[in-house]
Design a protein around this ligand. Structure first.
Ligand code: ADP
Ligand code: TRP
Length: 330
C-alpha cells in the first residue's frame, strides 16, 4: 500500500486538519509506504510574501513531526522540492477536458466568497492530481472537502491510460502507466466546524490552531459561537458548535456523559468550552512541547526534508519517465 497526502502551507494548521487528515496520516504510517508533504506550491496563490512562505512551509513540516509523523517510517518532503510533480502536471493537464476543470469547487468557492481567482487556484486540482499520480499512490487520506479532487484524479488517470496505454482495462485499473488512487475519508469527522459554525479553514479566521500560544487557543475556544439558551435550560448538543468540536476529543462514554449534561440543563456553554480547553491541552500539549524542541534543532528537520525529497524524486522520476515514454516525448 502506498499512501500519500499533503497539507497546504497557507496558514497555521488547526484541529480540522488534525482530525480530518493528519491523525489518519499518523495511524497509517506503519501500515504502508507513506509519502507526506507540505503543499507549498498550492499555497502560492494565497501567500504573497517570501519570508512568510518560508516560515509557513517549515512550520507545517515541524507540525507533522511534532504531532507524530516519524521520518523513520515515512517520507516527509516539501512539494516544490520535487520538480517531477510540476512536469507531470503539464502532461496530465493536456488530457484533461476544460469542462471538468470548470466544475472544480476550489476556485468556485473562492469566487463565491468574492476572492480574486488566479490561474494557480483554477489549476489547483491538476497539481493535486500530479502529486498523487507522480508516486502511484493508491491510498489518499483526506477530509471530505477533497473528495471531488480525488474523483478528478481518477478520471485523469483513466483518460491518460485510455489514450496512451493499449492494454489498459478501466474496469480493473490494470495495464496503465498511471495508478488509480482511492480516497480514504473518516466519515465521522468529515468536516470539523470552525468557531463560527462554518467549516474550519486556514483562511477563514475561524480556527483553533494546534500550535497557537495558550492565550490564542483559549481565546479561540472561548469565542466559539453559541445561541443564548440560559444556563438552567436543557440544550441540544446536536445544534451546538462547542459539542460538535468537543465530541472529537471524547470516546463513546465521554460523549454520552456530556450529552446527558446538555439535555439535563444547569450547565452553561462556558463550562463546556472550559472542558474543551482542558481536552485540547490533554491531547496536544506533548506535541506542542515537542515542536518547541524541534525549533531548537532545525538542522535535523532540514535533513529529514532533504531525504524525503530525494526518495520522492526517485519514485517520481521513474513514473514520469514511463509517462513521457507513453506519450512520446521521450
Ligand atoms: P484548509 O482548508 O484549512 O486550508 P487544507 O486545505 O490544507 O486546509 O487541508 C489539509 C487537510 O485537512 C485536507 O485533507 C483537508 O480535507 C483537511 N481539512 C481541512 N479543513 C478541515 C475541516 N474543517 N474538517 C476536516 N478536515 C479538514
Ligand atoms: N488540496 C489539499 C488540501 O487543500 C492538499 C493537497 C495538495 C493534497 N496535494 C494533495 C492532499 C495530494 C492529498 C493529496 O487539503
Amino acid at each position: 500500500m502506498r499512501i500519500l497526502s499533503g497539507v497546504k502551507s497557507s496558514g497555521r494548521p488547526h484541529i480540522g486538519n488534525y482530525f480530518g487528515a493528519i491523525r489518519q496520516f499518523i495511524d497509517l504510517q506503519t501500515k504502508g509506504e507513506g509519502y507526506y508533504f507540505v503543499a507549498d506550491l498550492h499555497a502560492l496563490d494565497q501567500i504573497r510574501d517570501a519570508e512568510t512562505m518560508r516560515e509557513l512551509t517549515l512550520g507545517v513540516a515541524l507540525d507533522y513531526i511534532a504531532l507524530g509523523l516519524d521520518p523513520e517510517h515515512c517520507m516527509l518532503y516539501v512539494q516544490s522540492h520535487v520538480p517531477e510533480v510540476s512536469q507531470l502536471q503539464w502532461i496530465i493537464g493536456s488530457v484533461t477536458p476544460l469542462g471538468q476543470m470548470l466544475r472544480a469547487h476550489a476556485y468556485k468557492d473562492a469566487q463565491a466568497k468574492g476572492r480574486e481567482v488566479d490561474f494557480g487556484l483554477f489549476a489547483y486540482p491538476l497539481l493535486m492530481a500530479a502529486d498523487i499520480l507522480n508516486v502511484r499512490a493508491n491510498v489518499v487520506p483526506v477530509g471530505k472537502d477533497q473528495k471531488q479532487h480525488l474523483e478528478l484524479t481518477r478520471d485523469i488517470a483513466v483518460k491518460f491510460n485510455m489514450t496512451y496505454c493499449p492494454d489498459f482495462d478501466p474496469q480493473t485499473g490494470e495495464g496503465g502507466v498511471l495508478n488509480l488512487p482511492d480516497p480514504m475519508i473518516l466519515e465521522e469527522v468529515a468536516v470539523v466546524p470552525g468557531t463560527d459554525g462554518q467549516k474550519m479553514g486556514k483562511s477563514d479566521g475561524n480556527t483553533i490552531p494546534l500550535f497557537g500560544t495558550d492565550k490564542v487557543v483559549k481565546k479561540a475556544i472561548m469565542g466559539i459561537v453559541t445561541d443564548s439558551t440560559p444556563i438552567e435550560e436543557p440544550k441540544d448538543p446536536d445544534a451546538c458548535n462547542v459539542y460538535a468540536i468537543l465530541k472529537l476529543f471524547l470516546d463513546e462514554t465521554g460523549q454520552a456523559e456530556v450529552r446527558g449534561r446538555y439535555t439535563a440543563g444547569g450547565t452553561g456553554y462556558g463550562d463546556f468550552k472550559k472542558l474543551l480547553l482542558e481536552k485540547f491541552h490533554e491531547r496536544f500539549d506533548a506535541a506542542r512541547a515537542k515542536r518547541e524542541e524541534l525549533l531548537q534543532n532545525l538542522d535535523y528537520v532540514h535533513d529529514v526534508l532533504a531525504k524525503g525529497a530525494k526518495s520522492a524524486r526517485q519514485t517520481g522520476g521513474e513514473v514520469l519517465a514511463d509517462v513521457q515514454a507513453a506519450c512520446g516525448i521521450r
